[in-house]
Design a binder for this molecule. Sequence first.
Ligand SMILES: *Cc1c(COP(=O)(O)O)cnc(C)c1O
Length: 383
Amino acid sequence: MGGGNMTLEEAEGLLTINLAAVAENYCALRARLRTGSRCGAVVKANAYGLGVEQVAPVLYAQGCRDFFVATLAEGLALRALLADDVRISLLTGLRPGQEKACAQAGLIPLLVSTEQLQQWVAKTSANGQAAPCALKLDSGMTRLGMGESEFAHLLAQPELLRSANLCLVISHLACADEPEHPQNRRQLENFAREVKALRAICPQVESSFANSSGICLGEEYHFDVARPGSALYGINPCPGQHNPMTPVVNLRLPILQLRQVDGDVPVGYGATQTAVSGSWLAVVRGGYADGVLRAQSGRGCGAAVVAEPEGGESRIVVPMIGRVSMDTTVFDVSTLSDSQRARLQAVEMLNDELTVDEMGAAAGTIGYEILTSLGHRYCRRYC
Ligand SMILES: *Cc1c(COP(=O)(O)O)cnc(C)c1O
């Protein structure tokens, strides 16, 4: 069994993150935008689990100046990481008492209520001018955002709006990954109308609407600043169609034990699946504590990596068998020949062919959850 020249760190699995692919994806998304629309980047949750310290500077180098994170703590960390010419917005806004820290760091909170706007003005104003902030409108998703009637009341308070130093207004699409869904157009019409009404009072305010999938819906959805996240990291922004993004992650798990079973035997906790007599099983290091979601038990697959005698490696797709454990997962590698098995190096769970979207589907979830669940026991390598 191979993998003999693995370092001590790689012994618990190797997660390779391709930063050149992130840069390529950013440029590809930007190229889709209508003229005059800027491409921002969402790097919340540690850049979807891939490492904001490594990812954000790469995006900056490609010209990105509009960054979006979720929390104040994420904003402060990003501020320290990047040059002062970036705009950093906080997607989940502020809790009472965070106004001063936010303004002092030059972070832009997405505010969702009149009360939050009043507090922002009260807490951050100097010389009659508040620090820059943004407004998050609910155009139909019914998650975080100011509802229609509260917004109508706010428009009736132009003094408050003018003193608030609004630089950005955003809204978020609920069904952008389903291009035919009628809600997309409804939300677009609502948001366009609300932006227009707001600009009558605050003409300088910029608008932002599209996430990754929103960019694929067409130019009308692009507004001033796009906010892609997932597509930067290789997730398909147009499900059901060929993925236009370049894969970013490779997850390679070492083999702890390669064994042939005698007799038909149950595999793993709960004895949920049976390996037939003579099967070859590869037990790999990587389980649900490492982000190999237990929900994909019996459904997921991996790629057996086989060293080729003349150099290089080939890959053979192999099924999982039995339940995923906390630290280990079992693959049935019986389809490999004796010779291939002797040259087995590792099992990859994510690579250019096995995508985060597919792993998500096998676990009954989405690629987003796969990325943000990737564990911390792997050796992380950036290339
Ligand atoms: C996470 C998030 C995004 C990015 O969405 P993707 O689908 O990952 O491109 C954009 N806007 C808001 C408000 C978000 O919460």
